[in-house]
Each structure stands twice: as C-alpha cells, then as structure tokens.
Design a protein around this ligand. Structure first.
Ligand code: CAA
Length: 444
C-alpha cells in the first residue's frame, strides 16, 4: 500500500495574548512560578472579537491551500475536530467551506464534510478517518483537509482558567506525504469517564485533579496496547509529542511513558544499577503496596541521567509553542508535533526516516498512540510556517481587557467591545443571519 500521512500543516493562533506570570498571576493573587514552573506556561492565546473557531480554522486552511497551490477540486473531504462548536446540527466544516468558497474559484460541493467529537482526541480521529478513506481507495486522487480548531475558554475563576487557549491547526492528509507518514499500528486506552465535560454548556465542568489521573491511566493503557504491535524502545523515536493541556501534564506523562518503554530493555538494566529494577506487580501482596513502590521508583527514576537526557531530547522540544499559547484542545498534540520538528530544523538536524511516537488524548476519555515516519519534505514544510511571527504580533492584554474579551466570547452575556487588532487578509465573523447563523466575510 502507498504511504498516507500529513502532507502539510498550517497553524493560526488567536490574535490576543494573556501573559500568565505578569498579568494573570498578580490579579489572581498567585505566585507567577505556579504558571511558569508548575504548569509550564508563559501565556495563553485568545481570540479577538472578530475571531472564532470558524475564522481561525478557515484562515489556517486558506494559508495551507495557498502555500500548496490547491483549489477546491483538489480536496475530497473537510473534517473539523472541535469541542467548541456552537451548533448541534450544522457542522463547522460547512461554515469553513463557505468561507473558502468566497475566495477560491470553484466550490466544495463534491467534498464530504463532517465534524468529529471526542474532546481533544478528535483531531487525531479525523486524521484517522482521512487515512482510512484514502487507504480504502475512495479518495479518487483527492486529499483530505482536517482542521482542529478550538476556543478553549473556562469559566472565570475556575481552576481551568490558567490553562486556556485559542487557535487552529489545518492539516492536509494525502498519499505520498511531504511531512510524516502514519503507522498502520495504533494503541488505544478508552473508558467511560466523567472528568471533563460540557453537557449543553459553553464552559466545561472539570474535575481538574481527576482529569490528570484519567489522562495518565488511559495513556498507560494505550501504550500497553501499542506495545503489542510495534517497537517502543526509547532509541527508536526522535520525539514523542503528547496531547499538551499544559506542559506540566506532559512532564507527568513523559515519566510514566519512559518507565513503561524501558521495561525489559538494556536501558532498564543500566538504570537498575543505580536505583534497582522497576517493581513488578506480581512481586507485591496487594495493589496498594505495588503502587507505593512504583511511586518511590518514579521519584528516583526522574532524577537519573538516562531519564533526564531522554526527556530533554525527546519531550522538551515538543512543548515550546504550547508554553506560549496554552491549551488548544483538539489542536494541541498537532502543535506539539510542529514544535518538535521546528526544534529539529533550527538545530540543523537531519530527520528524514526517523520516527515520532504520537500520544493523543481526549477527556471522557480516550488515549491513542501511533507512530509516524518523518518524510523527505519535512524541513521545507516546517520552515514555511509563520507561527513564531504570529506569536510575536499578538496584542498583549491587560487584566481589565482580558475580563472584557472573556465576557465578549461568553455566549450567555451580551458584551460589545472594540476589537484590539485590525484584521487584514483574513476571514472574520461579520454578524448573524436570518436563522441566527453566524456569517463570515473575507477582509482584504
Ligand atoms: N512554584 C512552583 N510550582 C508551583 C507553585 C509555585 N509557586 N505553585 C503551584 N505549583 C505547582 C503545583 O505543585 C502543581 O504541580 P504538580 O501537579 O506537579 O504538583 C502545579 O503547579 C499546578 O498547581 P495546582 O495543582 O495548585 O493548580 P490548580 O489547583 O490551579 O489546578 C489544574 C491545576 C488541575 C491542571 C487546573 O488548571 C485545571 O483544572 N485545568 C483544566 C483541566 C486539565 O487541563 N486537565 C489536564 C488533563 S485532562 C486533558 O488533558 C484534556 C484537556 O485538554 C482539558
């Protein structure tokens, strides 16, 4: 079978920025280091008043189509992954197609469109759908456009407020991709959980601490499921991009992952000389005693040179964009992949043929793990991105402005405020139509 994967990617960040240590922490009466050191975050991206999930998604998609020289006829499906949808019937992908049809000759009437929901993992699930559509021979030579777009806003003064973010990632899924090829193998960890949900409400109900435990438990299951099918030796992967609600979460996931993937390897023997072999459940009388032993072992493992150098080389580079933007829900793991590839490009590292282990997660809850092989065109793709410039150009909100913009995006409030930035060469939310639908226009 021909290879299928991500041919191109584009990122669009919300135009506003909330500085967490400088602006948010003092207003909350928090120590700034809770954000920078604890959560691992410097700033959150926010949508300006004329931005929403449709504009950010359509703007990322347009940039991708322009760069790859695509027209609507080249695209056979458009799937949007989001947990910020504002309509229970009409999918966001139809709005995105409507936007794109304003600026391209031709239309997307031939394209299958949909919206995927499973919290943050739905971005990866949409890539899967596209992969399966192409692999099944149904694409008629066309590519799939997958857009992960979210305004990850939490209720004011809730614990999640520290981890907000807004942005979109557009990805082109095609045969013979330029960026990464997807593995056939996948591992899953999936269970009915109620840790983070939005039952007909805009802002999530979250049990924050429990959501972290559920993330780790499902991730462990997915890794175990994947191990049965493919290698997971740490030396086999250049980077391991995780779903990143905030970098501090990935610190925990990285340690858990490392412990599992060194089991029964040469590395475990090497580490054992220093801190002993990791505990095996069968050697303990009950689960509690085993868990206590594991915790002690993890605390020691975290300090070893082997773990620290693996983390610095394999995980740390995946976190650089996330630190500046916060959680983008469905887009977050795809931002982590881009961060890693950017770091490799900046370091002049040759990456063609190397593998990534990609760990996606969605609350509710499901983790998915697959491998990707970096393709020859990766560097050109990554160097074409403008994300660094976009981040630099964000408008830096003061706390009062942040409060207003949060209110302006709150569906239950009727707050009119002036935009902070001037749109140029992009889609904007222009108003409301006769059936209360959102309307969009392209601003030159
Ligand atoms: N200096 C250094 N570190 C500090 C510090 C300081 N002054 N103050 C606090 N910290 C550390 C804490 O020790 C903690 O680190 P550890 O977990 O390693 O101990 C970290 O900073 C955060 O501090 P708190 O636990 O006190 O923070 P909190 O009570 O405000 O809640 C949170 C943190 C639960 C993550 C909350 O932000 C939240 O609910 N977020 C939304 C839910 C979420 O993102 N869950 C993640 C898993 S679910 C998922 O991944 C899906 C998704 O996208 C939502």
């Amino acid at each position: 079978m021909t290879t299928v994967g991500i041919d191109a990617v584009e990122i669009w960040t919300g135009k506003l920025k909330l500085d967490l240590p400088e602006t948010f922490a003092p207003a909350q009466g928090d120590d700034p280091e809770k954000y920078t050191k604890g959560l691992g975050l410097e700033a959150s991206s926010f949508p300006d008043t004329y931005e929403d999930i449709v504009t950010m998604g359509a703007n990322a998609a347009k940039r991708l189509m322009d760069r790859k020289g695509l027209v609507p006829d080249d695209i056979g499906r458009i799937d949007v992954a989001t947990e910020s949808a504002f309509d229970n019937s009409k999918p966001v992908s139809t709005y995105v197609a409507g936007c794109l049809e304003q600026v391209y000759d031709g239309d997307f009437h031939h394209a299958n469109k949909g919206e995927r929901k499973f919290a943050c993992v739905s971005g990866t699930q949409s890539i899967d759908d596209a992969y399966n559509w192409i692999a099944a021979g149904r694409s008629r030579g066309r590519a799939a456009l997958v857009i992960a777009t979210d305004t990850a806003l939490y209720a004011r003064d809730s614990s999640g407020e520290a981890t907000q973010g807004a942005g979109a990632v557009a990805m082109l899924i095609d045969e013979e991709p330029d960026l990464v090829a997807l593995s056939h193998e996948q591992g899953y960890g999936s269970a009915d959980e109620t840790d983070f949900l939005k039952p007909q409400q805009q802002f999530p109900s979250v049990d924050g601490k429990r959501s972290m435990q559920v993330y780790l438990a499902r991730m462990r299951e997915a890794l175990q499921d994947f191990e049965g099918q493919d290698t997971t030796h740490p030396d086999d992967f250049a980077y391991v991009p995780f779903h990143t609600p905030f970098p501090g979460m990935v610190r925990k996931a990285g340690l858990l992952g490392y412990r599992r993937i060194v089991r029964n390897t040469d590395l475990e023997s090497e580490i054992a000389e220093e801190i002993g072999r990791q505990p095996r459940e069968e050697a303990y009388e009950d689960r509690e005693a085993y868990e206590e032993a594991i915790q002690t072992h993890m605390d020691e493992l975290k300090q070893t040179d082997q773990y620290r150098s693996w983390y610095d080389a394999t995980i740390e580079p995946t976190l650089s964009i996330s630190r500046q933007v916060g959680n983008w829900y469905t887009g977050s793991v795809h931002v982590a992949r881009v961060s890693a590839l950017q770091a490799a490009a900046e370091a002049g590292r040759g990456l063609s043929g190397e593998r990534l282990l990609v760990a996606s997660y969605g609350s509710g809850a499901q983790a998915e793990i697959h491998a990707e092989t970096v393709q020859d065109g990766w560097k050109e793709e990554i160097e074409a991105l403008t994300i660094d410039e976009q981040l630099r150009r964000r408008y830096d909100l003061d706390f009062e402005e942040y409060e207003h913009v949060h209110d302006a995006h709150n569906h239950d409030l009727d707050t009119e405020i002036e935009a902070f930035t001037q749109p140029s060469g992009e889609f904007v939310h222009a108003g409301w139509g006769r059936m209360n639908e959102r309307t969009y226009e392209y601003v030159e």
